[in-house]
Design a protein around this ligand. Structure first.
Ligand SMILES: CC(C)(COP(=O)(O)OP(=O)(O)OC[C@H]1O[C@@H](n2cnc3c(N)ncnc32)[C@H](O)[C@@H]1OP(=O)(O)O)[C@@H](O)C(=O)NCCC(=O)NCCS
Length: 172
């Protein structure tokens, strides 16, 4: 596994298949049980092993004493040559508010630019207010939608029946 420049003093590497279960193991704690059992099930299903097999070069994992403290799973869109996509990001609650999430995003933006991408996309659940605040702070625009949830524009049934999402776009 190649070593990358550190982020805020923490070692960074690309994830691999052996990181799959350790990352799944932190999801419930890091998301604070958001969305209850159904939220927990949906999050685990969003991170199948294939993400740790086929999307590793564009994904980043941050450690402290070998422990995972942050991760970003993203990819260069195979179908939209100008776009890249951040699929999943998480920072250990104990490490939040120190710029680690922002630094991970900047690393992915740089990776995207270096590969000729000019747009980054991401989505999140409308109930995830922290994610909306973070993405807005990182320069993402929440795309207009036909529905509203607590003042935010929502894409109804975006990921399937009943699975509404906020859709974020950032021009690099
Ligand atoms: C969202 C998350 C990745 C942010 O990580 P972080 O390391 O705490 O973020 P940073 O410290 O780099 O913050 C960057 C900026 O976003 C803002 N921000 C981050 N989280 C925020 C929140 N919950 N509410 C409001 N603003 C927030 C910070 O204040 C900071 O702005 P500033 O530069 O003006 O101070 C982290 O809170 C997390 O893992 N949350 C749970 C998982 C999740 O929701 N992931 C996203 C959806 S997949």
């Amino acid at each position: 596994m190649s070593t990358l420049p550190p982020l805020l003093g923490h070692p960074v590497r690309h994830p691999g298949p052996d990181d799959h279960l350790p990352v799944l193991a932190v999801l419930d704690e890091w998301w604070g049980g958001l969305g209850g059992e159904e939220g927990s099930r949906q999050r685990a299903l969003l991170l199948p092993k294939l993400m740790f097999q086929h999307f590793t070069g564009s994904s980043f994992l941050v450690t402290a004493d070998e422990r995972i403290v942050a991760f970003l799973i993203g990819f260069l869109s195979p179908s939209r040559p100008a776009e890249s996509y951040i699929h999943f990001v998480g920072v250990d609650p104990a490490e939040r508010g120190r710029g680690l999430g922002a630094a991970l995003y900047e690393r992915f933006f740089a990776y995207s630019r270096a590969h000729g991408r000019s747009v980054v996309r991401a989505i999140t659940s409308p109930v995830n207010k922290g994610s909306h605040a973070f993405h807005t702070r990182m320069g993402f625009v929440t795309e207009p939608g036909p529905k509203e949830f607590e003042g935010l524009p929502v894409q109804p049934d975006y990921d399937g029946p009943g699975l509404d999402r906020l859709s974020f776009r950032k021009d690099l």
